[in-house]
Design a protein around this ligand. Sequence first.
Ligand SMILES: [Zn+2]
Length: 364
Amino acid sequence: MVVALALTGSCGGGGGHGSQPPPSAPLSISLHGWYITQAVQTLDRSVPLVARRDGVLRVFLRASAANHAAPTVRVTITGGAGSPWQRTIAAPAASVPTGFDENSLNASWNLPIPGNVLAPNGHIQIEVDPDRAVAEIDPAAHNVQSTLEVRRVPILRITLVPVVQSGLTGEVETGGRTRNAWLARFRAMYPVSQIDVHVGAPLHTTANLNDHPHQDHDWVQLLGELRTLRLANGDVGRYYYGVVKRSNGNGTQGDTPVAAQEAAGWDDLAGYQDTFAHEMGHALGRNHAPCGVAVFGNNTGWPTDPAHAGAALGAAGLDVATLTPKASPAFKDIMGYCPPYWVSDTTYKGIMDWNEAAGVSLDY
Ligand SMILES: [Zn+2]
């Protein structure tokens, strides 16, 4: 432990020359946990990884006492592109944290992982302090090895269909919307890799999708017309998403049966990306998450543990593209009606399982 005191010798607050340092617990530094997240992940790595999807490795070290240790972490991944793919992560701060905080990127050693590095049957080696510069590190952390559960997912094929209803035309690529922008939130939150998106010809409907007493009947009419159009076009393996402009935000803003290939939602500039992700979540087999919604279905399968209460995420969220933590329960699952939204481990894994079982366009 003498070495530890040497490492912490520049710390403020300690005794000055000739005085005794304050008594403290001996310093030891251990590996609290690690995971690769691609949107949401648990410390026991219960969320499988998606091949060819970018992720972030987070390594959580934990110290028993205040310190000025700043070990590096070396990471080697085999099985994917560039194998063996090796990087060294510098310490994110001047000391190893004494606590565990997934919502601060400064509290973990982080490494962006390009999607092509992740492949089925992948393997990871994590070496904390590979240069052995910090004597107090638990030797078990010097060489941690694990297989990576990486799954391939099918290409998702989606056609955005501008709907013309009551004299209003849904806006797909106008008013600041772009094809990629429609997909941005969906891509960020869901276990997807390649997405093939088309924009279809306008669909004229007699359905009145503005707010009125029988509007839900009209949404069902639209979904039927989208289905007829999809089948007429021979698009067996595509999802059709009707883009609807509405006279105002009252009433039904989207409608999609669970596990359908037709979906529809409002094009409102402030919410179209989340609406798209929510409605497509239904198409991909998900029911509602229990927050703010009157209709849950008879058996949503939503977990009953406290970490998921009120549509909480049940795990730590991270927007990989922007490196923005999405803390639970401040963020709620996208399949509920309580913003701000992110994706829970339940919804993420559910869509992954559904995609594997559905067998729609399973060409990788
Ligand atoms: Zn819904």
